[in-house]
Design a binder for this molecule. Structure first.
Ligand code: PIM
Length: 412
């Protein structure tokens, strides 16, 4: 049952988010949510595109973790069972504030520049072909496990300069971290998440040891090369940077490929249009991510002072969460938002990759892997894409994407 106060944990929001957002957005672009999540009792949800851009740019709004926020009892929010894993996760630039955020993000920026990533494209393209060589010989094709996920993990491994980890193991580890990062208080996720994190840390420490004698032009080499300066990151910082890159660099990319295929299957005319006009691919990718984005909610940010948005007064210590999917369907910014149109004019500001100092570092990687994936699928799949069974969506409120998306390749 849905209340008149927004609760991102309501099951109908996960199952049919855009209908729910539309209903709530009619009540205004900024709304106080349901007080159901411990630590987020007085959270404001942003549904308006412009308002969201404003709050993401506002310097006095900080992510919750690791910050001093007036009127907020951070210890109460970080109760014991989750504090252990958050000690590590809150080191991620994704959850940090300046000045630490600025220093750590700067350590990653070069590896994610468009020109640098372009040097990896051919090898990612070869991976895509190999995966499809294996997958397309069968009568059905489960895109996420057989294609999107290994392609995304392979791509981020190339950025880091390590060989692709065992996909089955890696998926189980990152799934447990995704459970921890779900919105709200998820007590059952913390112990398995911590165990998974420890496995990931062991894997990364081994990779770092190996890299020390195999330095190359890659991110881990950059991070561990002595810079002869006081600003060298320490070992724990390097490990946490790599856990963030490994986690964030593949989950959402794989989800985006799955979302793209699901959306195109549901809009066969647009799929045909794209087949006949490959030059539309770049705009199609933007439209896919506007229409259905893989990160539905930003992390929570607390106001460090009182702030007014028109009639709405957000008091110091109150938290804000941007409903990115809702903002991407704000009719003031995108007329007829529920229409999926790969020719839509998408010049101008966007939000699918966030905004402000936490704007997604992986934007070029995500777009490039999506482009390679879709080019290869358009080239090698039959012209009509047919689902073999209904798409199953992942069980997470923040991260959206198909967990199972099976295409029928041959009549059985
Ligand atoms: N992953 C990639 N970019 C952002 C993310 C993310 C955002 C919120 C929670 C978990 C991952």
């Amino acid at each position: 049952m849905t209340s008149s106060l927004f609760n991102p944990l309501d099951s109908d929001i996960r199952l049919n988010p855009y209908e729910a957002y539309k209903r709530f957005a009619q009540q205004g672009p900024i709304q106080r949510g349901h007080a159901s999540i411990p630590g987020y009792e007085s959270t404001w949800y942003f549904f308006g595109f412009e308002e969201a851009r404003q709050v993401l740019k506002a310097p006095f709004h900080k992510p919750l973790f690791g910050t001093e926020v007036p009127n907020m009892d951070v210890d109460a929010v970080l109760t014991n069972d989750r504090s252990l894993i958050w000690q590590h996760l809150s080191e991620w630039p994704l959850f940090q504030n300046p000045p630490i955020h600025t220093v750590r993000r700067a350590l990653l920026v070069d590896a994610f520049k468009e020109a640098r990533l372009a040097t990896l494209e051919e090898s990612i393209r070869r991976d895509a072909d190999k995966l499809l060589d294996n997958a397309l010989s069968k009568s059905t094709f489960e895109i996420q496990q057989e294609f999107s996920y290994p392609l995304a993990v392979g791509a981020i491994s190339k950025v880091l300069g390590v060989s692709c980890p065992d996909i089955f193991w890696f998926k189980s580890v990152t799934k447990k971290l995704a459970d921890v990062l779900d919105l709200g208080y998820v007590p059952d996720a913390y112990a398995p998440g911590m165990a998974a994190l420890n496995e990931l840390i062991t894997y990364i420490e081994e990779a770092i040891e190996w890299k020390k004698s195999h330095l190359a032009d890659d991110l881990i080499s950059q991070l561990i090369k002595p810079l002869n300066s006081d600003s060298n990151p320490d070992h724990n910082t390097i490990v946490s940077l790599i856990t963030q890159v490994l986690f964030a660099g593949q989950e959402t990319v794989a989800d985006s490929i799955g979302i793209a295929v699901h959306t195109l299957i549901n809009h066969p005319n647009q799929l045909t249009l794209l087949h006949n006009n490959p030059a539309l691919l770049e705009n199609a990718i933007k439209e896919i991510l506007r229409f259905d984005c893989p990160v539905q909610f930003t992390g929570s940010r607390a106001a460090s002072e009182d702030i007014n948005f028109g009639e709405i007064k957000i008091a110091a210590g109150e938290t804000t969460i941007i409903a990115l999917g809702a903002c991407n369907h704000d009719a003031k910014r995108f007329p007829n938002p529920e229409i999926f149109d790969i020719q839509r004019d998408l010049s101008g500001p966007e939000l699918s990759f966030g905004h402000g100092i936490h704007y997604c570092l992986g934007v070029h990687l995500a777009r490039m892997v999506m482009r390679v994936a879709l080019e290869k699928l358009l080239e090698r799949l039959p012209e009509t894409w047919v689902l073999d069974s209904p798409t199953i969506w992942r069980n997470n409120n923040v991260l959206r994407g198909p967990s199972t998306l099976t295409l029928r390749l041959k009549n059985k």
